[in-house]
Design a protein around this ligand. Structure first.
Ligand code: UN1
Length: 514
């Protein structure tokens, strides 16, 4: 099947052609004002026109969501789990088509598109388990005949702002976990990836309809920064979960803090792999390549910096140079291709600008460095994965450029030197060390080690499983999504003390006799 036939089939499947207006819930669509076109980065082909939501459409959706919340939050959590089990099944059925759509829309490899669809299925399975495990603690009261415990209640309407690079999985981390907790959600996906969102909405809507549940449990509208800011300003939105740039996150954080709302931020990463003198070099090199050029360097967990011990530096650099020369850049739907296009022209411009700046700062080009036009592809946004040798003090090392640019730096001395370099950036998402030395490994994981939210050993910086809490420190924003006890971010904790005696003793032994 060629790309056009595939698009036709998928558009039909998810009703993309006639279901792309903004302000959409399962009950139908609400008209927007402006229209923008979504093109595939693979060949520049126009995929669909999308309506930007207007304020009326947005307000209507929020009202629908609020009404749905009354019904959804009253359902016992295990019953909500049953609906999410069905949603997981629906995603299983549509995994191939959704994976292909994600690939066509974002330019990531088909394998990665399928992996993203799998992440949604995994998070649904996880949420089904959670539906019987939204545990609070019990405590011993200091007063006789008293019982004390805590319980978790849902927050209400959750706003989700997602980025183009994981246009479906990151929504599910938020929307599905929020839903099992009893919340409803309203989603503003990136303007650069509206179609995967429409497909996800289509899939969940089918399940809601089948179960006679209100469409407002999951809702979707389209737009850019202005439309996203509505969620931040809106007092009806209890929590705003935002994924994207540090600049966007700072704005959202300030606006939401102004009304004392809650935020969950997953922002920039500037992730390093440390390779010590005790590393398995073959394994390290494989992880570096996947981490640096996978998803064309457009993951927030992408490996952007390499910190290599001087004794193995030349060996690693030579291997990387060789492999960078062999990477096949091209149509991500084709087998054998390892690097697809960047999302759009502005991403290519940022790539070019950053390389220019880094070279002017004194970096040395080891591989790549240029835009590409793969054979048979017009209008695409392809670039060569780029390897730069950099002094640890290079100012560009501080910047996250969403492109396949990897800086390699040399360190000498103990692993502490490498750890200090790892931590010497404003962001704190992911980090990794390659070593077979137990002391180096433990040092990296200790409280004097990596300052990131994710710290891996003999695994690259990207490709986290959904079972762990995902997020990072410093400018990454501090939020945790997905697995572990991240569900607590979508709930409010209530402490309850119950007196089952016949007297009224006061805490701290206070006497207040009438
Ligand atoms: C992101 O880039 O925002 O760990 C998320 C990973 C993926 C998720 C990345 N599972 O690389």
């Amino acid at each position: 099947m060629n790309q056009q036939e595939l698009i036709k089939k998928i558009s039909h499947k998810f009703q993309l052609a006639d279901r792309n207006p903004s302000g959409m819930s399962a009950s139908g669509s609400l008209s927007g004002e402006k229209i923008f076109s979504k093109h595939s980065p693979i060949n520049g082909e126009r995929l669909a026109d999308i309506e930007v939501a207007n304020k009326d459409a947005y307000n209507k959706l929020i009202e629908e969501a609020q009404q749905a919340y009354v019904i959804w939050s009253a359902m016992p959590a295990p019953q909500r789990g049953e609906i999410i089990r069905q949603i997981g099944e629906a995603f299983r059925e549509d995994k191939e088509d959704l994976g292909a759509l994600i690939s066509i829309e974002t330019g990531k490899l088909l394998q990665e598109g399928l992996g993203e669809a799998q992440e949604i299925i995994d998070i649904c399975d996880f949420a089904v388990g959670l539906s019987r495990q939204l545990y609070g603690l019990t405590m011993h009261s200091e007063r006789p005949d008293h019982r004390m415990y805590e319980q978790y209640h849902p927050l209400g309407v959750i706003g989700i702002i997602s980025a183009f690079n994981f246009p479906a999985a990151v929504w599910s981390w938020n929307a599905i976990i929020a839903a099992v907790c009893g919340n409803v959600s309203i989603w503003k996906p990136s303007e650069k990836a509206p179609l995967s969102a429409i497909a996800c909405q289509y899939i969940v809507s089918k399940v809601l309809k089948k179960n006679n549940l209100p469409s407002g449990i999951f809702t979707l509208y389209h737009g850019g920064a202005e439309q996203g800011s509505w969620l931040a300003e809106d007092e009806r939105i209890a929590l705003v979960s935002a994924t994207g740039s540090v600049a966007m996150g700072k704005k959202v954080n300030q606006v939401v803090a102004g009304r004392l709302g809650k935020v969950l931020l997953e922002l920039g990463g500037n992730n390093a792999i440390i390779v010590t003198e005790n590393a398995n070099i073959e394994m390290a090199v494989r992880a570096i390549i996947f981490g640096a050029v996978g998803t064309a360097g457009q993951r927030c967990t992408t490996t952007r910096r390499l910190i290599v011990h001087e004794t193995i530096y030349n060996a690693i650099v030579e291997k990387l140079k060789h492999l960078y020369g062999q990477l096949v850049v091209g149509n991500p739907l084709e087998k054998g291709v390892l690097v697809g296009p960047l999302i759009d022209n502005s991403a290519v411009e940022l790539y070019e600008q950053r390389i220019k700046i880094a070279l002017a700062e004194g970096a040395v080009l080891l591989a790549g460095g240029k835009r590409l036009k793969p054979v048979g592809l017009d209008g695409g946004t392809y670039v060569m994965p780029t390897l730069l040798e950099a002094q640890p003090s290079l100012p560009s090392l501080q910047e996250e450029t969403f492109a396949p640019i990897l800086y390699v730096s040399k360190y000498s001395g103990s692993v502490d030197v490498a750890i200090q370099l790892n931590n010497n950036v404003r962001q704190g998402l992911s980090s990794a060390i390659f070593t077979n030395d137990m002391q180096q490994m433990e040092r990296f994981l200790s409280n004097r080690g990596s300052d990131c939210g994710i710290a891996n050993v003999n695994i690259g910086t990207s490709g986290a499983e959904i079972g762990g809490a995902f997020g990072g420190e410093k400018e990454t924003g501090g939020g945790r999504e997905s697995g572990s006890d991240s569900w607590k971010a979508y709930m409010r904790r209530q402490t309850n003390t119950i007196n089952y005696g016949a007297t009224l003793p006061l805490a701290q032994g206070i006497k207040f006799d009438l």
